[in-house]
Write a protein that binds this ligand. Structure first.
Ligand code: ATP
Ligand code: MG
Length: 387
């Protein structure tokens, strides 16, 4: 039988509250594997064992899914055999064919937790290494820098023959740090920002501002696709879509052009505040990065931030575009993000945005017009969709 062994990442360092993190992690793993069939999960020390309960379960796919679960440091598939060297040799050697086919060098690491096993660790290492060499004569042993390290563990419940250990997604289990609202545009940055904060254990809901007819249905579908892509990492996502058109038109009619973007962002933040207050989100997340565009200078960011009643988390604040793009490719949002549909901001972008706005001025301009009825109307018409 094959099982998947999972090792904790950062949770292993937790003290008294470790239990809580473990429980959320296990719940997330179950949720992720549920559509794939039945699995039995058990936990010993800092290892979780995932045992498929039927033969038709696709373990490759299970591994792939588990590699996106935050909180895990390593994901490793292994074969469980009876604690009998004849079986270990025969079945274990054959099992490792995939891992060894393209390797040139290997070493064997034996671990013997069950001391009643008749062979000593060095003996087991020597015997198994010898059997591997006989079966795969193209290999040589290299104890210092092997292409593949084979691990044979004699544990209480059986002998475990380990395939390649893969690095897990790291971070903390989604949901262990509370809930937050991601301001999700259709661009490259905000989905990556959502991924980054989910990695810190936040459960994410998303809020998208659309501006029909300036933005199209396809732009909205793009955002929905981004939510679907984020599911691999985030668990279920609730997406709020809000019609921002009347607010943008009001800004256009009532504010000097160079202030459009700043005021628009402040109103976005105001709406985000209300949705958060109403639904218990504890922080706002944006894809901002210092200096990237005119609205992301320090002065602009501080004018925008002053509209917030929650911490504004900006996980990309120190990243450059290349780093962000790499992450976007890794989490498979990049191709969707670069689809060429207008977003609500590009439609109303001023020709010369203010890069050094003063809060007093911005507040005065904003207060010279009553946006409240528009905000309320937009919130009343909000659309909610679950992913
Ligand atoms: P992105 O690539 O995420 O669109 P950007 O580099 O285009 O970011 P801006 O357009 O200045 O930067 O937006 C800054 C942040 O404001 C975005 O990362 C996002 O969090 C939020 N935001 C912008 N437009 C929208 C929108 N239409 N709906 C929701 N949030 C938005
Ligand atoms: Mg954008």
């Amino acid at each position: 039988m094959e099982v998947i062994m999972l090792k904790y990442g950062e949770i292993a360092l937790k003290g008294q509250n470790k239990r809580t993190f473990e429980e959320i992690l296990i719940k997330n793993i179950k949720y992720k594997l549920k559509p794939m069939g039945e699995f039995k999960l058990s936990r010993m020390q800092s290892t979780i064992y995932v045992e498929p309960q039927s033969d038709d379960i696709d373990l490759d796919l299970a591994v792939k899914k588990l590699l996106c679960v935050f909180g895990l440091g390593a994901v490793q598939r292994c074969l469980v055999l009876p604690k009998d060297y004849a079986a270990i040799s025969e079945k274990g050697v054959a099992y490792l064919e995939n891992a060894l086919r393209t390797a040139k060098t290997f070493k064997v690491e034996a671990k013997r937790a069950d001391k009643s096993f008749p062979m000593t660790t060095p003996m087991l290492q020597r015997e198994f290494g010898g059997d591997i060499l006989t079966a795969y004569p193209h290999l040589t042993v290299d104890v210092h820098n092997p292409d593949v390290t084979l691990i044979v563990e004699i544990r209480d419940r059986g002998a475990y023959i380990n395939d390649t250990r893969l690095t897990g997604a790291g971070g903390l289990p989604v949901g262990s740090s509370g809930r937050a609202l991601l301001l999700l545009s259709g661009g490259i940055d905000s989905p990556v920002a959502g991924y980054m904060m989910a990695k810190r254990g936040l459960k994410i809901s998303a809020l998208h501002f659309e501006s029909p007819p300036y933005t199209t249905e396809r732009a909205k579908m793009k955002v929905e696709t981004l939510c679907e892509k984020l599911l691999a990492y985030c668990g279920a996502i609730k997406l709020y879509t809000i019609n921002f058109t009347r607010l943008q038109e009001a800004i256009q009619q009532n504010a000097p052009e160079e202030y459009f973007t700043i005021i628009m962002r402040r109103l976005m933040v105001e709406i985000s505040n209300r949705i958060s207050e109403e639904n218990g989100y504890r922080a706002l997340i944006t894809g901002e990065s210092v200096g990237q565009v005119a609205s992301q200078t320090l002065s602009a960011m501080s004018c925008i931030e002053r509209a917030a009643r929650f911490p504004v988390l900006r996980p990309l604040v120190g990243f450059d575009k290349i780093e962000i793009t790499e992450l976007a490719r890794k989490i498979d949002t990049f191709e969707t993000s670069i689809l060429p549909y207008e977003d609500c901001c590009s439609v109303f972008t001023p020709r010369h945005p203010k890069t050094n706005p003063k809060l007093k001025e911005v507040e005065q301009i904003q207060e010279s017009f009553d946006y409240e009825p528009f905000i309320q109307q937009s919130i009343q018409e909000i659309e909610v969709k679950m992913f």
